[in-house]
Design a protein around this ligand. Structure first.
Ligand SMILES: *[C@@H]1O[C@H](CO)[C@@H](O)[C@H](O)[C@H]1NC(C)=O
Length: 268
């Protein structure tokens, strides 16, 4: 595996900053991204996360909404795949966020002095007490390309190591078991920023909560949606309804947040 990573990385890591998610809408339930317009003062970029294929084609693997204000993602959306053991330790950045117009590639590091103005870099995490907490986790990938592509810094936020390696990892595993029998499952995983906490390296906003919403589709059955967030006061992950999660997010972001805009919303 190490060998493969070494051979392939220089050629095909790439992600594309786009005006909207139309190029990678397949990662959203019914092709509809979450409805979320950030409050003023929070600038976000749409990223269709992709890699170069061996025929020089772009292979889209998931989608990320990234805040260049906070320098962490708001969410990553992906289609769940069965587990794949193994990891890529290389971390990538997104040159386009810092004004590079070409190539549209994740890169091991920026050549440019302005790199890092709008995004977190590996060195921002280096002496911190935080883990790089994946939004789209390796455990939810089912192929090498997706696995490699999760290792971009635009898919990570500073996360408490105990939570990252404890309850949140357990949730990744629980969700994996839960979604395994679905014909297809859509997942959106996001971060709530902690705006009161000191920024990492005086630059990167750290996370307060991680959240996840899933939609499991099976033939001839109604879709099943579930939602989670953590850490709660006991450092655990709570399961909630999609509506409860959306209400919570509305409270934090001060704007409406519909994770799966096309699902039926029952009023009590
Ligand atoms: C998405 O962006 C593309 C490219 O900029 C544009 O042509 C298209 O109209 C946009 N679609 C929507 C729904 O805004």
């Amino acid at each position: 595996m190490k060998h493969l990573v070494f051979l392939l990385l220089p050629f095909f890591t790439l992600s594309e900053v786009v005006d909207n998610f139309s190029k990678c809408s397949e990662f959203f339930l019914n092709n509809k991204p979450p409805e979320f317009t950030p409050a003023t003062g929070n600038t976000v970029k749409h990223i269709c996360q992709c890699l170069w294929g061996d025929k020089k084609q772009q292979i889209y693997l998931y989608a990320t909404l990234y805040s260049t204000t906070w320098k962490i993602p708001i969410y990553s959306a992906y289609v769940f795949g069965s587990p794949n053991i193994g990891r890529c330790d290389a971390w990538y950045i997104e040159p386009q966020l810092d004004g590079d117009t070409k190539p549209k590639c994740m890169q091991p590091k920026g050549k440019d002095k302005t790199i890092g103005t709008n995004q977190a870099l590996n060195c921002d995490y280096a002496d911190s007490d935080y883990d790089k907490g994946h939004l789209y986790p390796v455990l939810h990938t089912n192929n090498h390309l997706s696995m490699l592509a999760t290792s971009t810094l635009t898919n990570a936020a500073p996360q408490d190591p105990n939570f990252n390696q404890g309850s949140w990892l357990k949730n990744e595993r629980d969700v994996m078991k839960d979604l395994k029998s679905c014909d297809k499952a859509y997942v959106v995983t996001g971060v709530v920023p902690n705006l009161d906490e000191e920024k990492m390296n005086e630059k990167v906003t750290v996370s307060k909560y991680y959240w996840r919403a899933t939609c499991c589709q099976k033939k001839n059955q109604q879709d099943i949606q579930k939602a989670y967030y953590g850490p709660d006061n006991n450092d655990k992950v709570q399961e909630v309804t999609i509506l409860e999660l959306e209400e919570g997010l509305r409270g934090f972001f001060n704007v409406p947040f519909k994770i799966f805009p096309t699902i039926k919303r029952q009023r009590e």
